[in-house]
Design a protein around this ligand. Structure first.
Ligand SMILES: C[S@@+](CC[C@H](N)C(=O)[O-])C[C@H]1O[C@@H](n2cnc3c(N)ncnc32)[C@H](O)[C@@H]1O
Length: 461
């Protein structure tokens, strides 16, 4: 049990005692691990966490051999799941007052002092640093994070908080939920993201913004921050850090579909929010098909205009690594995307692949040395306005080797009727007009080989 510092005299009524406030600041400067039950923890040795400050979310407390320091749940109704279990020794339970009252009434519960109550708030702004509230809206994981913050943790790590499931398994132990009607999006690599996961992402973003406003947990790694150790988690609110860096070991590699197929490398976590990179499976297949074809050229150079958060870059680098083709991938962005590059791409780069992110306007990238063979593949995914796409075509088309590719994102579809997404030129938003630019300026030396939704692929004849 943690050392309990009583911040106030317990009031006479036993139901008011053991407030979570009594625990605040008891782990100043510690690393806290918020443990979920996602499939990324399949085969995980939970006992390896027993010497750490751990907060088990819901049924994570039941993991074999695991002795968390805290166990938090928010739904009052699920208290009965824990009343008869062999509760881990030294673990403090944190739940709502009404759930605590159930334990106090339950005759077999040995130690009422083990149970602490918190006040549940559904907006982060309703919390203060010192009150008894924790933020839980759609996921108890935000409760775990806010508890860790109030305990005084300096760094908070999320493990098993995945934001996706597989068709045949939902939890780390291979079990699944009862069939339920939910909106689902399949990533193409086996991961299924449900509407509940979209809520989780929104809740996490709200909490991240709350911390930012208070200059808390700003990171980057390894400074004080909240870090996600689930490599394929669809929750992008927190910086992802490879588990090996923190735990000294990888998680078991039974993750997403390991078959070396292009379908397994689609990185599209935010399906319902602002579109970027490649959005649909058919587009992703076509995009990676063009990469595979271009990789057949000699010493191929791959170019991306618009690194953004590095999702396409990660997919391409992964595929090149699987193909084991000696190749160079260069991604340009007018903004410094080094943080995203580090978080999403860097860990995937291994010889014989070289990859770099350069803060450079895409069309000006042609001035670098591209050797005699030119480039094999250029993905135009920077600004979608007519002038920027035209400039990219004019700059890069002469450099593309015969048999090489020019690939355009947002050629058609809803985005091409919208105004541009960002004022990349310093002037106001411009309409997204990839189609007009491609139809007008693409030289006759290129032929269209594929058009999948809004992805347009042209090959140099
Ligand atoms: C839609 S995002 C790119 C998404 C990225 N391809 C991915 O898959 O995650 C557009 C990016 O293009 C960058 N950008 C805009 N104009 C550019 C230009 N002229 N040269 C290079 N990058 C540019 C923006 O800074 C932004 O980060």
């Amino acid at each position: 049990m943690p050392k309990i510092k009583r911040t106030r005299e317990p009031r006479g009524n036993k139901h008011n005692r053991n407030c979570v406030v009594d625990l605040f600041g008891s782990y100043k400067g510690a690393d806290a691990f918020v443990m979920g039950t996602g499939t990324s923890l399949a085969g995980f040795d939970w006992t390896s966490m027993n010497d750490k400050l751990t907060i088990a979310l819901n049924d994570a407390v039941k993991a074999p051999g695991f002795k968390p320091k805290f166990h938090i749940f928010c739904d009052v109704g699920i208290w009965a799941r824990y009343r008869n279990m062999n509760y881990p020794e030294g673990c403090a339970m944190v739940c709502q007052k009404r759930a605590r009252a159930q334990f106090l009434r339950w005759e077999h519960w040995k130690d009422p002092d083990q149970v602490f109550h918190f006040n549940h708030v559904s907006m982060p702004d309703q919390m203060t640093d010192v009150d008894d509230s924790l933020y839980v809206s759609r996921t108890v994981a935000t409760g775990g994070i806010t508890l860790a913050w109030k305990l005084g943790a300096r760094r908070i790590f999320l493990l098993g908080v995945d934001g996706y499931k597989f068709s045949d398994r939902y939890y780390y132990d291979g079990s699944t939920k009862r069939p339920e009607k939910r909106r689902e999006v399949k990533a193409g690599d086996g991961r299924i993201s449900q509407d509940r996961h979209e809520w989780w992402r929104q809740n996490m973003n709200k909490l991240r913004d709350f911390f930012r406003k208070r200059n808390l947990f700003l990171g980057p790694w390894p400074k004080s921050g909240v870090y996600n150790l689930s490599p394929f988690s669809t929750i992008e609110s927190w910086e992802k850090v490879p588990p090996k860096t923190v735990l000294g070991a990888e998680l078991c590699p039974i993750e997403v579909d390991s078959e070396p197929s292009i379908r397994s490398i689609i990185y599209q976590p935010r399906k319902w929010s602002l579109p970027y990179g490649v959005k649909h499976r058919s587009e992703a297949q076509a995009l990676f098909w063009s990469v595979e074809q271009a990789a057949k050229l000699k010493s191929p150079h791959f170019v991306e205009i618009g690194t953004g958060q590095g999702y396409t870059a990660r997919g391409v680098v992964d595929l090149l690594a699987r193909l084991e083709r000696k190749s160079v991938f260069t991604s340009f962005d007018i903004q410094d995307m080094a943080g995203f590059w580090k978080a999403h791409v860097e860990s995937a780069i291994k010889p014989p692949i070289k990859a770099q992110h350069l803060v450079f306007p895409g069309p000006e990238g042609v001035s670098l040395d591209w050797g005699d063979r030119g480039v094999a593949w250029v993905f135009v995914d920077g600004c979608y306005c007519h002038d920027c796409v035209r400039d990219a075509i004019e700059a890069w088309s002469p450099l593309v080797a015969p048999g090489g590719f020019l690939v355009f994102n947002r050629y058609r579809g809803i985005v091409s009727r919208r105004v541009g997404l960002q004022p990349y030129h310093g002037d106001p938003y411009r309409p997204a007009e990839v189609k007009r630019a491609v139809d007008t300026w693409l030289p006759k030396t290129f032929e269209r080989v594929k058009l999948r939704r809004s992805l347009y692929i042209a090959r140099r004849i």
